[in-house]
Design a protein. Structure first.
Length: 527
């Protein structure tokens, strides 16, 4: 069964990946920041998440979200002195590249007299912020103070409080730094008493902050460009930084004389496939991204290069750096190279663990947890399929309903653990005497069912004899010799018969075995 923690972790990774992709793809990242804050608040179960961007000597809150945020309490239009944030960060406790502050109020500088400035979120575009002056008064510290107060002024948290839980005024801050500059911060607050974010979520927040800072920084550089030539250079540098530093595999692929070739790959892709970042250039894509089975990756990439489709999303089994198999989620989109030639930007995410968990979950959903045999759901699906095939082929099959005798006495006298071991042993015996094409499963409790198709009546009787002999033979469980009997009812699968009718007849035949004094091995209800 898939572990809840593992399931949650995969969800966080995928959603943060989607957020980064959205920030990289939008021409104006500020327009996406409200969506980003809402997603971060949801992913981290935060009371409040606020994104602030640096402008001159201030930090401007441009977007916020969380369970405590409503349109009436939205403080995003305010700005606060950069000094307030630098003071808070300097006094906080490092948690990786994040910063934890037990009580943010203690590190805010005194208010400075001066005009109060409001900033409309729609006015925060690229590097242009257009202030609107209002009545004189102290510089507003709304975003900082609101985060650490929020109607809880009566509750205090010690500045040296251990990082074991959230106080009412605690903050976790992710600095957004790029090019040696502080370009903004992401401030996070949980409800008082909540445990700290786990290591995985902290790491994901660190990765997101790093990439988001690069995106914001590069967009600002592009906005300052005074010519198309400078803007192109900045854009290329932004792409190079995002390309090289991406935590997932990324490759740029172009058309070659004999098929798609690698233009470049990043370090993450090189690690996935055991390839050199430099040595992979100009190599056929199939020689670097080798698949285990199915169509080669070049076949899929060709459809994008030739503009038969603009995007691609597919799961592929690849040969990894260690020679083993790993599953990759491939997402590709068409682009043009610097020379105007068609190209493809390809991202590859390792989803091996997720695929394994999916397979395990599917197996658990279809098999009995104790014996490992197919469960009732699978038995009914196979029986209904056999009924359809019998009608189409005008053939016969058999449904064998097997109920253990005196099994309750084993549970009562020797305990359920011994009973469980006996069931496992009997399930193994049952599986060993049926054909590989048959379905032998646990129907429930001490009842087993076999669906055998195609099978004539005489062969069904011989199968019942083999099952009875195998399951009635003595067995040693926990140092003791145990013997159980089995009553078997057979119903023949014939054209036009329904699954429910077959079950009713097989169950009736099984009870007929128990009602007879001579106790035959089985009773056949031929229908």
């Amino acid at each position: 069964m898939k572990e809840p923690a593992a399931d949650a972790t995969m969800g966080v990774v995928r959603r943060l990946h989607d957020l980064l992709a959205a920030l990289h793809s939008t021409p104006d990242p500020h327009a996406s920041l409200r969506t980003v804050t809402a997603s971060l608040a949801d992913l981290l179960s935060a009371r409040r998440v606020v994104i602030h961007l640096a402008h001159e000597d201030d930090m401007v809150a441009v977007a916020e979200a969380g369970s405590a945020v409503t349109p009436e309490t939205d403080v995003a239009p305010y700005r606060a002195p950069l000094l307030a944030w630098r003071s808070l960060l300097a006094a906080s406790t490092p948690v990786g590249t994040l910063r934890y502050c037990a009580d943010g109020r203690a590190h805010l500088p005194a208010a400075v007299e001066g005009p109060r400035t409001l900033v409309s979120p729609g006015q925060v575009e690229a590097d242009q912020i257009h202030p609107v002056q209002v009545e004189p008064g102290p510089v507003d510290r709304g975003p900082v103070l609101s985060l650490v107060a929020d109607g809880l002024d009566g509750a205090d948290a010690a500045a040296d409080e251990p990082f074991t839980g959230w106080g009412p005024h605690s903050l976790l801050v992710a600095p957004l730094s790029a090019g040696g500059q502080l370009v903004g911060v992401i401030a996070l607050r949980l409800d008082a008493g909540e445990p700290p974010l786990d290591a995985v979520r902290c790491s994901m927040l660190e990765i997101f902050a790093l990439q988001a800072a690069v995106v914001i920084h590069q967009h600002r550089m592009a906005a300052r460009a005074s010519s198309d030539h400078l803007a192109l250079r900045v854009s290329e540098e932004r792409f190079r930084l995002a390309f090289d530093n991406a935590p997932i595999g990324v490759a740029e692929i172009t058309a070659g004389p004999d098929g798609p070739v690698i233009a470049r790959i990043n370090r993450a892709a090189g690690a996935m496939f055991g390839a050199s970042v430099i040595g992979a250039r100009h190599q056929p894509v199939d020689s670097v991204f080798a698949v285990v089975r199915g169509d080669p990756i070049s076949y899929l990439i060709d459809s994008v290069l030739e503009r038969d489709r603009s995007t691609l999303r597919v799961e592929v089994a690849f040969i990894g750096s260690d020679g083993g198999e790993f599953w990759g989620l491939v997402e590709a989109a068409s682009l043009e190279s610097n020379e105007g030639e068609p190209g493809v930007l390809c991202q590859i995410v390792d989803i091996t663990q997720a695929k394994a968990e999916e397979r395990e979950l599917a197996k658990l959903a279809q098999h009995d947890a104790l014996t490992g045999l197919p469960n009732r759901l699978v038995i009914m699906e196979r029986l209904e399929a056999a009924v359809r095939e019998a009608t189409e082929d005008q053939a016969t099959g058999a449904l064998l309903f097997c109920d253990l005798d005196q099994f309750k006495a084993i549970n009562d006298e020797r305990g359920h653990l011994v009973g469980d071991d006996a069931l496992v042993a009997l399930a193994t015996r049952l599986h060993s005497v049926v054909r590989t094409s048959d379905t032998a499963g646990r129907f429930g409790g001490d009842e087993f069912v076999v669906v055998s198709y195609p099978l004539p009546e005489e062969a069904a009787e011989r199968l019942a004899e083999r099952i009875a002999m195998a399951m009635s033979a003595p067995m040693e469980i926990d140092g003791e010799e145990l013997t159980v009997g089995v009553s078997i009812g057979i119903a023949m699968i014939t054209p036009g018969m329904s699954a429910n009718e077959l079950l009713r007849r097989a169950d009736g035949a099984m009870y007929a075995v128990r009602s007879r004094r001579d106790r035959p091995l089985f009773v056949l209800d031929a229908g």
